[in-house]
Design a protein around this ligand. Structure first.
Ligand code: NAD
Length: 491
């Protein structure tokens, strides 16, 4: 048996086992077998990590640090990510089964993201505001004064991340948090501890002061809860499911922590009669089959207009059946496994419920028998009604539910009839319709004749139960800053 890759956690600039000494195994979903081992930490480790982040935040070295200093650290880290990105890409593919081709691109973009936030660190400034004039009220003179605002770091940040894109999700928080001057305790998913600890290795090498970045790993979801409810954490930056997001919001109420949440979705792709079928098929495939459908922004509901419905479904099913499914480490593979056993079982369960509810499976519909691990065939389901479970709940797998519509009004009504509001797409050759519909979709991102384009330079986030706040771009920086008004009389 090959030896498991062994990790320690990173607290206060030191590598350490869990206080309890416990460990847990992380599975490689391509094999359905363990490949790495990490500390299984508890509340006592969280206390140590939060205390280290607090000390670092309060230290003169960090509190009084020039933005140029933080920018230099971010640039050093970016250079290390450029150098080691290809290795981390392979590690993450073993941990969560995402295609190596996508991982390689993601780690190139990760370095770009860090350079972007390095450039932002010294552009954080405030406003000066017109001084109020004395009021003509006898006996109540208001001195002429000057007020200016300062943008200050929010404090100790808990960064809690999911398994589908663990390294990338962490860096979306890390970049702006460090640019703002915060310190961080990161808690990756119990299914994918590796890439966050690999990032910690590079943070250490880049020379970040001890305690500025800490990582605690655990298989116990209570450890995440202990971090999110910790009284000395000022902000939780969370990416994960809506159910967990809600419990984090409740836990944050005790000390009124700041919270941003990037949550789940049930996004709709709207395919109109005048769409170009090859373009729509390409976009819808990117929306629902990329990353084996395990993306928050997955276009899992596909709304097809009556006139194009049959031709579009036939073309989509044909393309889905042609997909190369297999080893995510192989550059030719187009779809890898589901990332872990619980999600695999959940996806299979939804496929059974689709037929029970009266929908029709056109292609796929179950596991890939020839492959080991957690493989599911790309699936297209028709005769779906928006009230069915497969149209309302996040499946988080390669399952496209096709819903037929008559006209634009009906399409918009169906698309918006969901608790979620993360993304959406419009496929049409009419420019006015594209923008008209994009404006009416209640979602944080809308793509026109494409899908799944994202960048750290643009805001990303959800309406409704898909989240609070935005990540990326200047909007993403705001989430790590407090605003202070400073007053002084000028008389
Ligand atoms: P999850 O909510 O089960 O877990 C996410 C993280 O929260 C994990 O690290 C977990 O250990 C931790 N956690 C669990 N219970 C907790 C608690 N009570 N308090 C604090 N932390 C706790 O999500 P998942 O299954 O890992 O990821 C899939 C979900 O993430 C999907 O719903 C997907 O849509 C969502 N997601 C959203 C985005 C986005 O940007 N909107 C991106 C990626 C994934």
């Amino acid at each position: 048996m090959t030896e498991l890759r062994a990790y320690q956690q990173y607290i206060d600039g030191q590598w350490a086992d869990a206080v309890s000494g416990s460990t847990f195994e992380s599975e490689n979903p391509t094999l359905g077998a363990p490949w790495a081992i990490a500390p299984d930490s508890g509340a006592e480790d969280i206390d140590l990590a939060v205390a280290a982040a607090r000390r670092a935040f309060d230290s003169a070295e960090w509190r009084c640090s020039l933005p140029q200093y933080r920018a230099r650290l971010l640039r050093r880290l970016a250079a290390l990510v450029e150098e080691h990105g290809p290795e981390i890409a392979e590690i993450e593919t073993q941990d969560n089964g995402k295609l190596i081709m996508e991982q390689r691109l993601q780690w190139v973009l990760a370095a770009e993201l860090l350079y972007y936030w390095a450039g932002m660190a010294d552009k954080i400034d405030g406003r000066s505001i017109a001084a109020p004039l004395p009021l003509p009220v006898k006996g109540l003179p208001i001195p002429e004064s000057f007020v200016y605002t300062r943008r200050e770091p929010v404090g100790v940040v808990a960064a809690v991340t999911p398994w589908n894109s663990p390294g990338g999700q962490l860096l979306y928080k890390f970049g702006p948090a460090i640019a703002a001057g915060c310190t961080i305790v990161a808690k990756p998913s119990e299914h994918t501890p590796a890439s966050t600890l690999e990032i910690a290795r590079l943070v250490d090498k880049a020379g970040f002061p001890a305690g500025v970045f800490n990582v605690v790993t655990s298989q116990d979801r209570e450890t995440g809860a202990a971090l999110a409810s910790h009284p000395d954490v000022d902000k939780v930056s969370f990416t994960g499911s809506t159910a967990t997001g809600k419990s984090i919001v409740r836990a944050a109420a005790d000390n009124m922590k700041r919270v941003t949440c990037e949550l789940g979705g049930k996004s709709a792709s709207l395919v109109f009669d005048d769409a170009d079928i090859p373009t729509a098929v390409k976009g819808v495939m990117a929306g629902i089959f990329a990353a084996t459908g395990q993306t928050c922004m997955a276009g899992s509901r596909v709304l097809a207009q009556e006139g194009i419905h049959d031709a579009f479904v036939a073309a989509l099913a044909e393309a889905a059946e042609r997909m190369i499914i297999g080893d995510p480490m192989d550059a030719e593979t187009q779809m890898g496994p589901i990332s872990n056993r619980p999600n695999y079982e959940k996806v299979i369960g939804y496929l059974a419920s689709a037929e029970d509810e009266g929908a029709t499976i056109v292609c796929g519909g179950g596991p890939h028998e020839q492959l080991g691990g957690y493989y599911v065939r790309p699936t297209v389901i028709t005769n779906v009604d928006n009230a069915m479970r497969i149209a309302r709940e996040e499946i988080f797998g390669p399952v496209a539910s096709i819903i037929r519509f008559r006209d634009e009004e009906e399409a918009i009504a169906i698309a918006n009839d969901t608790q979620y509001g993360l993304g959406g797409a419009v496929f049409t050759q009419s420019i006015p319709r594209a923008h008209r519909v994009a404006h009416r979709l209640r979602a944080g991102s809308v793509w026109i004749n494409t899908y799944r384009l994202v960048t750290h330079m643009a805001p990303f986030g959800g309406y409704k139960e898909s989240g609070w706040g935005r990540e990326g771009g200047p909007e993403g920086l705001d989430a790590f800053l407090e605003t202070k008004a400073v007053w002084t009389p000028v008389e």
